[in-house]
Design a protein around this ligand. Structure first.
Ligand SMILES: [Zn+2]
Length: 266
């Protein structure tokens, strides 16, 4: 079984002309790559025709039982004021955690406007996911999502499940070292098989090495994600398969760990 834990419904890098069209394309990708379930990450920009926000993602998913969602609070525009909205969505099981975009938006993971959301997720046993690393063509933005701040959050909320996506590329060694003694840090693989990410981060062997070390340290805490449609699903499957994990471990990365971490029943 494969769960893709990092998907956007967007018109980037595909030929869809509507969000419904992009969702239909993803359904085809799922079938082609034998993906059984997916976690859709809505953008925190609302009402865009190019990328689905939470409301649109809910509408597209409809009654499907193999799709799950995260929430994306608007820290810059709304501070902590969406706390009750997200409390309700989390408690009702409509979303499985919260995604934060430091680096897309100018705030640090330690920003005090984020703290009530972390406390909420910790209380409910839910996860927070942090976008990390450079954005394509913009290396400056990585200062906002430096894992040193994420480590501070994980220490302050020791029961919170803190998931890092994109491994703070291209500085993956630094990210590995600074997080390695923090037990409540988790990793998700989105974009790690992307050609630009691989090249700038030191090549495929470097990435395999980082992933092998991380999985060996945290066998229950590494989950599969792709960042479709910006990145290709098949390249990410290939990357995980190329690690030479034993069958049980590979299954945990592809789906077992995500089921535990996000409490997914499928
Ligand atoms: Zn993403």
């Amino acid at each position: 079984m494969i769960i893709d834990s990092h998907v956007h419904i967007s018109l980037y890098d595909n030929n869809a002309t509507s969000l419904q069209g992009a969702f239909d394309l993803f359904l085809k990708e799922m079938e082609k790559n034998k993906i059984n379930a997916a976690i859709i990450i809505p953008d925190n920009i609302e009402g865009s025709n190019n990328i689905a926000d939470l409301e649109k993602a809910m509408e597209l998913i409809g009654e499907r039982k193999n799709f799950f969602l995260l929430g994306s609070p608007q820290i810059i525009q709304r501070g902590s004021s969406e706390l009750e909205k997200y409390r309700k969505l989390l408690e009702e099981g409509k979303i499985k955690g919260l995604k934060f975009f430091p680096g897309h938006d100018p705030f640090y993971a330690t920003d005090e406007r984020c703290l009530p959301y972390y406390e909420l997720c910790q209380d409910l046993g839910m996860s927070v996911l942090f976008h990390t690393g450079e954005n394509s063509g913009d290396s400056e933005c990585a200062k906002w999502n430096d894992p040193k701040y994420i480590v501070e959050v994980a220490k302050k909320y020791p029961k919170l499940k803190v998931i890092i996506t994109h491994y703070y590329w291209p500085k993956m060694d630094y990210c590995y070292e600074i997080t390695k003694d923090i037990p409540n840090i988790y990793f998700e693989t989105a974009a790690m098989a992307d050609a630009e990410v691989m090249e700038k981060s030191g090549g495929i062997e470097k990435i395999r090495g980082i992933l092998r070390k991380t999985i060996s340290d945290r066998p229950d805490k590494v989950i599969f994600g792709t960042d479709w449609p910006m990145c290709k699903i098949e390249e990410h499957i290939e990357l995980v398969k190329s690690l030479g994990l034993d069958e049980d471990m590979e299954q945990k990365v592809f789906s077992g760990n995500a089921r535990e971490i996000y409490d997914i029943l499928i």
